[in-house]
Design a protein around this ligand. Structure first.
Ligand SMILES: [Fe+2]
Ligand SMILES: [Fe+2]
Length: 256
């Protein structure tokens, strides 16, 4: 069992496919990880289940690994999720996600109703792309990449997955710009909807798994230091949140 705790999750699931559905029972979805090298023991600790649930999960995994059968199969998990509380700097990032999610929620209507042939239509797309590049990327992702992630081992898979998401998001923005220039409605729709899907999953991973885990790992002094760095980064970015709040408020009123 000890050997398997120190194996990457992909290799464990390849050897024991049943383990994937056991993890899913506990709301642990390893699908978003593209490499699958997170160690089984780290996956269990990162998700910080209530002690009793963690014990049951480990018993089920051990049952499969050691005896070839899942002792909890007949009685699926009924996990009791603890409400998440965030430290102050993490609360700021979660609040920024909230504004980004309001823009993501509008994308299907934008794709359906905005006419790229009109100046007002182009303006809406331009504003949306500006929000993604300035607010979501320069203001928000920059704090994660330049400050938050630096307090951790950046080669850890959980952080590498986040970097990869940011990189993929930037590539989609390039497609949006190309599509806007050439008035290519299909490419614009595809890239906006793909961005929406990517960022929604990314934000969920951060809110539910990454930030709570990071909060548990960081001590009070570090969190205070990090908060001060966030404030400084916000000032240096020259970006005003209000501008984007206003833009989203207007768009929510405008779109059907
Ligand atoms: Fe992120
Ligand atoms: Fe984020």
């Amino acid at each position: 069992m000890e050997k398997h705790l120190h194996m990457g999750i992909k290799a464990v699931i390849e050897e024991f496919p049943e383990i994937e559905s056991i993890l899913t029972d506990y709301d642990i979805g390893c699908g978003p990880c593209m490499v699958g090298t997170c160690l089984l023991k780290d996956i269990v600790s990162i998700h910080s289940l209530p002690k009793l649930d963690e014990k049951k999960l480990m018993e089920r995994i051990a049952g499969v690994v050691l005896n070839g059968n899942d002792p909890g199969k007949a009685k699926p998990a009924n996990i009791t999720k603890k409400p998440v509380t965030y430290s102050e700097p993490m609360q700021k990032l979660v609040a920024e996600h909230t504004l980004i999610k309001r823009w993501l929620a509008l994308i299907p209507q934008v794709v359906e109703y905005v006419d790229l042939k009109t100046e007002s239509g182009k303006q809406i797309i331009n504003n949306g792309i500006d929000m993604i590049r300035s607010y979501a990327d320069k203001f928000h992702h920059a704090k994660e990449e330049d400050i938050l992630f630096k307090y951790f081992d950046e080669n850890a898979e959980i952080i590498q997955v986040m970097y990869k998401d940011h990189t993929n998001a930037r590539a989609l923005v390039q497609n949006m710009i190309k599509a806007l220039k050439s008035e290519n409605r299909v490419l614009l729709s595809e890239s906006l909807l793909a961005y929406r899907d990517l960022l929604q999953h990314h934000i969920q991973k951060e809110d539910e798994i990454l930030y709570p885990w990071m909060d548990r790992e960081l001590n009070k002094t570090t969190l205070i230091e990090m908060d001060a760095k966030f404030v400084e980064a916000d000032i240096n970015s020259g970006i005003k949140e209000k501008k984007y709040e206003d833009m989203i408020n207007d768009l929510e009123k405008l779109l059907p």
